[in-house]
Design a protein around this ligand. Structure first.
Ligand code: G1P
Length: 292
């Protein structure tokens, strides 16, 4: 279902080192980790396509070439699938060929803020979405579409939020704000605060709708948490000049960049997969019985 196509561009930062998933991510991108049979970054691209996004700017880094290959033509493989009558698989692969991608190489892993700044030459004066592939959202839930609707109404930058446990705030950007209808008007944003310094338990998750207003703030931004140029810090400065909003997610989101979150996502997505669900459910039931 296409919500609108007024926002046409998506920036997908994919240059991070994936340290939470080592050694799997030593030589391969974490964005290529599969959930059942599709890499994380493809779920992100498909989510954006469903909202009318037409152009994708992927910020890559070292050891990330597999991402470009994944969205490229694969003549030999396509020929084989054609010759062996594997039509459905071929269609799946062909869908990817129609999408417009631009790749920018972030030469050093200087942080999410710096990654977004790398997209500046491609954005010009349009609003855009930022999607972090390791925050995985169930494909049946049109959360990004809802965010775009809110952006169109308020014409102001918007970040996705979720409530997290107090012990988890140090892993996220945390906001301070107050409710205005169904969104939070954000006063402050703090990247990875110590639990005692967190102003709330409302954490930013990897969906943002931004405007080019962010770029001057990113250009001036000094390194923050972890010695990286943080998008949260630039947003915090921008929030003092123009309104920024936060929209809480209501459906399921998985932190697939984390081992436990990844396993949970795999189970949920496998149970939704028509080819696997019956046998997999049976396996799970027996497994649970055996360990109880
Ligand atoms: C990034 C952002 C953080 C946000 C998180 C959501 O952190 O810097 O503000 O809460 O994504 O997944 P990272 O997970 O890259 O450390």
């Amino acid at each position: 279902m296409k919500t609108t196509n007024i926002i046409k561009k998506a920036v997908l930062p994919a240059a991070g080192l994936g340290t939470r998933f080592l050694p799997a991510t030593k030589a391969s991108p974490k964005e290529m980790l599969p959930i059942v049979d599709k890499p994380l970054i493809q779920y992100a691209v498909e989510e954006a396509l469903r909202c009318g996004i037409e152009e994708f700017i992927i910020i890559t880094g070292k050891n990330k070439r597999a991402i470009e290959d994944h969205f490229d033509n694969a003549y030999e493989l396509e020929e084989r699938l054609k010759n062996s009558g594997k039509k459905k698989l071929l269609e799946e692969l062909n869908k990817l060929k129609k999408i417009n991608f631009a790749y920018i190489r972030q030469r050093e892993a200087l942080g999410l803020g710096h990654a977004v700044l790398c997209a500046k030459p491609f954005i010009k004066d349009e609003p855009f979405v930022v999607i972090l592939s390791d925050d995985l959202i169930e494909p049946t839930y049109n959360f990004l579409g809802e965010m775009i609707e809110i952006y169109l109404k308020r014409k102001a930058p918007l970040v996705a939020l979720t409530e997290v446990a107090g012990s988890e705030v140090h892993r996220y950007g945390i906001i301070d704000g107050f409710l205005e209808d169904n969104v939070y008007r954000i006063k402050d944003l703090i990247e990875k605060p110590e639990p005692s310094k967190a102003p709330s338990n409302l954490a930013i998750i990897g969906r943002y709708i931004l405007t080019p207003d962010i770029f001057p703030f990113l250009q001036m931004q000094k390194p923050g948490a972890g010695g990286e140029i943080q998008l949260t810090d630039a947003l915090n400065k921008m929030a003092k000049k123009i309104p920024i909003y936060g929209y809480p997610i209501k459906g399921k989101r998985f932190d697939a960049g984390d081992k436990l979150g990844y396993l949970k996502a795999t189970i949920d997505f496998a149970l939704l997969n028509p080819e696997l669900s019956t046998e997999f459910k049976e396996y799970l039931i027996n497994k649970v019985k055996a360990i109880l």
